[in-house]
Design a protein around this ligand. Sequence first.
Ligand SMILES: N[C@H](CCC[C@H](N)C(=O)O)C(=O)O
Length: 260
Amino acid sequence: MLEFYKYHGTGNDFVMIDNRTEFFQKDNKELVAFLCHRRFGIGGDGLILLENAEGYDFKMVYYNADGSESTMCGNGGRCLVAFAKQLNIIEDKCRFIAIDGEHLATVATDGTVSLKMIDVSGIKIEDKHSFLNTGSPHHVQVVRNIGSYDVFNIGKDIRESELYAPGGTNVNFVEQEGPNHFRIRTFERGVEDETLSCGTGATAVAISMYAQNKCDSNTIQIDVEGGSLNVSFETEDNISFKNVWLSGPAKLVFGGEIEI
Ligand SMILES: N[C@H](CCC[C@H](N)C(=O)O)C(=O)O
């Protein structure tokens, strides 16, 4: 039997495993895909291992639902911080290591988890879209009537297009809701579907919109299908962004054991 916990951050859901004893078969892609399967397994957009790391509170190892180890996951990172607190590894502050480097995080009394993301630069701004890396790669495209937009089919086409081969990208569609307030919907690589939220995607949209002068505050509200996230940052030149923070809820849903 394998002990797990299930968390979500604004509807982006993850299977969490305490792998400090390193028992988990990390190269078993089928096992990860099975655990994330919504009918045969537990169900999740991804799976995250919490491990020990010298000089840090813990290490994050992230897999997409298809079983592939991937790049940074913002909501997953926030959920992992809540999981570390549940395991009494940390209190209300921590420093951990993930695939894209070191992250700081805080847990507020209301449970809001704020995560410091990597510094961002090298944003490409084209006529109809932009592209940037916030720990994971993100295509950002402004659309109208986002509520009825065909995120799955258009997102999948962009994700699979020549432009992003061979690695692929996550695809975010965005519509402005008000000053410094946007609504997004994201097609995620590795889940190969729309998810209810994407943390690195929300971060990418906030930075891209600011870089294109669509907002003037460095604190931006991003509504996702499963709730609301907040992104803040500092920039001097509108090209490089530092002190980037992603905040929002990170909730324990249930825990259990699964036969493997
Ligand atoms: N949901 C994640 C992104 C996972 C990254 C992944 N889909 C990829 O780029 O392979 C987030 O909250 O940032």
